[in-house]
Design a binder for this molecule. Structure first.
Ligand code: S3P
Length: 442
């Protein structure tokens, strides 16, 4: 089977109802927190992607039993710091920055050195951003190449709560420190720039002692070590980041309509909806409800033929951090020049995504002005690609693959997109859903 996707035709009008798979951030957090609970926790609609399977493999290596059935997954938690730390243990986080960084937070008491590895993309990413605060707790880090994987972590038996300033708006850094706080005496106080707050909501739901004070830009979070965490069942809602590709597919297609059922619309994740609506997209939230502190809704999207450029406010960056690539596609088809600023973090993802976004738009014939932390996109409302486009060597960044697929289906041209298997890290059913929307043809 070839690992390339060829697309030569635009998608035809559609009117469909779909479900996307479970939220990746919540799936990984559930696996890690269930491993620290006392007893059997069950998750339904857990994302079965490589990132989440790597999380399950990681806790299995640390002595936790995992049972995957057809409709649910069970984790037999062994309590806080209940991992079995064997000698010479190597854990492979594969492509997942979230798994690697959050797991390190749970390893700060390991009496043995544990080696953490990852794939080519993860091995290029910066680990000092979590190593620095975790060292403050008392953990030690050993590298071959400074701040990069593979690394080894050696814990300490006398971990104490720390004061930590999280200034990047990174939920991975914040959550890594929050998980380390579960294993430390005293109080851990975090001042964190706004970022997704799934860890905080789960801590509250699990009755872990947590206090949160919110200001406009920062959250002040105090955490104390709980006596124990009770096993818990969880129904994982659909992933808004996966949904975003279909929001854009519908927005850019003619006379089409799509209903995406049961999506997590936590306000710390809905930047994409706010930005697209400001640009003229027709997106409606239906049937809104709450689930354990998270907000859930069905999302209805209709085609839009009147898209306008945006000067995107930086305050929306963190809540749209994984969606910029598809947002750039909408900017490419909007009237006017769009401007996105203070987004250097995009180049710290699975690939240098800001650079890739610009490169792909240029290949499509759309002009951009790129700096280290911003991009201007010169929209072409009548854009029709007629030439061949080849996308390859992008470090298998799943979101680059999916953005390219949506571009091909909405802007024309003859596309050859390499490394189809990249979608397995976050959204293995992506192409099946595209086929369903496109009446089985692709
Ligand atoms: C995530 C946080 C974000 C995001 C990633 C998932 C999480 O990363 O890009 O896909 O689940 O905490 P940063 O914390 O590095 O911004």
């Amino acid at each position: 089977m070839t690992n390339c996707l060829i697309i030569k035709k635009k998608i035809i009008n559609f009117n469909k109802k779909i479900k996307v798979s479970g939220d990746k951030s919540l799936s990984i957090r559930w696996v890690l927190l269930a491993s620290q609970a006392d007893g059997i926790s069950k998750a339904y609609n857990l994302l079965m992607s490589e990132d989440v399977l790597a999380a399950m493999d990681a806790i299995k290596k640390l002595g936790i039993k995992v049972n995957i059935s057809k409709n649910y997954c069970e984790i037999f938690g062994n309590g806080i710091n209940g991992f079995k730390f064997k000698k010479n243990l190597t854990i492979n986080a594969k492509n997942s920055g979230t798994l690697a960084r959050l797991l390190l937070g749970l390893l700060i008491k390991s009496p043995q050195k544990i080696k953490l590895t990852g794939d080519k993309s993860l091995s290029k990413r910066d680990f000092s951003r979590v190593a620095l605060p975790l060292q403050q707790f008392g953990a030690k880090f050993y590298y071959k190449i400074k701040n990069k994987l593979p690394l080894s972590i050696l814990g300490s038996q006398s971990t104490k709560g720390i004061k930590y300033l999280e200034n990047k708006g990174s939920a991975q850094c914040k959550s890594s420190v929050m998980l380390a706080a579960l294993n430390s005496s005293g109080t851990t106080s975090i001042k964190a720039k706004k970022s997704r707050n799934h860890s905080e909501l789960l801590f509250k739901y699990l009755k872990i002692p947590i206090k949160i004070k919110k200001t406009k830009e920062y959250d002040f979070i105090d955490i104390k070590k709980p006596k124990k965490i009770k096993a818990f069942n969880y129904q994982i809602p659909g992933d808004i980041s996966s949904s975003a590709f279909f929001m854009v597919l519908t927005t850019l297609s003619k006379n089409s309509r799509l209903l995406i059922k049961n999506v997590n619309i936590n306000p710390s994740r809905t930047g994409v909806i706010i930005i697209l609506k400001k640009m003229g997209a027709k997106i409606f939230l239906k049937n809104q409800r709450n689930y354990r502190g998270e907000k859930i809704a069905d999302i209805l999207i209709k085609s839009s033929n009147n898209l306008k450029a945006i000067n995107c406010p930086s305050k929306l960056n963190s809540s749209a951090i994984d969606e910029f690539l598809v947002i750039f596609l909408v900017a490419a088809k909007a009237k006017g020049i769009s401007y996105f600023k203070d987004i250097s973090e995009l180049n710290q993802k699975e690939s240098p995504r800001l650079n890739w976004g610009s490169k792909i738009l240029n290949m499509m014939g759309v002009k951009t002005k790129l700096t280290k932390d911003s991009i201007k996109i010169y929209g072409e409302p009548n854009l029709e690609i007629t030439k061949p486009i080849i996308i390859k060597n992008y470090l298998k960044d799943h979101r680059v693959f999916m953005m390219s697929t949506i571009a091909a289906l909405t802007c024309g041209g003859q596309w050859k997109i390499h490394d189809k298997d990249s979608i397995n890290s976050s959204f293995p059913s992506f192409l099946k859903i595209v086929k369903k929307i496109n009446n089985k043809s692709l």
